[in-house]
Design a protein around this ligand. Structure first.
Ligand SMILES: [Zn+2]
Length: 280
């Protein structure tokens, strides 16, 4: 599943469509097999002839803003993504759902094999901010200056105290944009075992974790995200963040620091990977 850094890479790659005039947004014939796209064409038609002014990212969501007040909220889900179509008559990727034709190339298509992607149209930007998951979203882990004080305030909340940090880090109300990969990597960088209860973390460890999250997420953007199965940038490129992962997906492999065997533990149905010797 794309996490904050991958969504940010998608956003940056889509900059090429900002400032361009939409001829038509087309829900593909293929999309009509799925209920969530049925009878929605008319809602998308209101953007025809309008220009995309900005594409913003909040956590793992993209918000398309236009030269009109309505906005489109998009979540990539498990496997959704955008692809720039640089040639006329370019063959569409499998499972195309939404196509945006502009007055000049490139066009873009949203494709989504597992069909967990989402589109929602809101009457204005403020109403999207009131949208349930966004309203309660925590610190954006990709802010240029990570707000450590706010992170400490949030992680010190009572409801986290008796939970394992490996589970807590997936709560988007704490830090938005962290998913399974960067959760394990942030904990590895901070030398903290994912099974530690939050209340057992010292102030020093909490601060170290905050910095580790920020560093890990920013580094992932720099390397254009992690490509494991389906993730590609809209240019069709692969990310290379997986090349510096310390623990994620490496169960049974050796820790690059101490040579111990990397372990995997399931927390709240999600995997966490860690080195039992380096992460205490
Ligand atoms: Zn180690």
């Amino acid at each position: 599943m794309p996490e904050g850094p991958e969504v940010e890479c998608v956003r940056r790659s889509l900059k090429t469509i900002v400032g361009r005039k939409i001829q038509r947004i087309i829900l593909t014939e293929f999309s009509q097999k799925y209920q969530k796209y049925q009878n929605k064409q008319i809602q998308f038609d209101q953007f025809n002839g309008h220009q995309i002014d900005e594409i913003e990212r909040i956590g793992k969501f993209l918000i398309f803003k236009f030269d009109k007040k309505e906005v489109i909220l998009n979540h990539l889900g498990m496997s959704g993504n955008w692809l720039l179509l640089k040639k006329k008559d370019q063959i569409l990727p499998p499972h195309p759902k939404v196509l945006i034709d502009f007055d000049t190339l490139p066009n873009v298509v949203f494709y989504d094999m597992r069909n967990f992607g989402q589109f929602k149209i809101y009457e204005n930007y403020n109403s999207v901010l009131q949208h349930h998951p966004i309203r309660k979203m925590g610190i954006d882990g990709l802010l240029d200056a990570f707000p450590l004080d706010e992170f400490l305030l949030r992680i010190n909340k009572k409801n986290y105290a008796n939970r394992e940090i490996g589970s807590v880090l997936l709560d988007q109300k704490l830090v938005a944009g962290i998913g399974n990969i960067y959760k394990s990597e942030s904990l590895a960088l901070a030398n903290i075992n994912p099974m530690r209860l939050v209340r057992s973390l010292t102030n020093k460890e909490r601060s170290r974790l905050g910095y580790a999250i920020s560093k890990t997420l920013h580094k992932a953007v720099k390397y254009m995200g992690s490509t494991f199965d389906s993730f590609r940038t809209p240019d069709g490129g692969e990310g290379s963040a997986q090349n510096w992962h310390k623990v994620y997906g490496k169960k049974g492999g050796k820790c690059s620091n101490c040579g111990s065997e990397i372990r995997r533990v399931v927390q709240n149905k999600r995997s966490s990977f860690y080195c039992p010797k380096c992460q205490l």
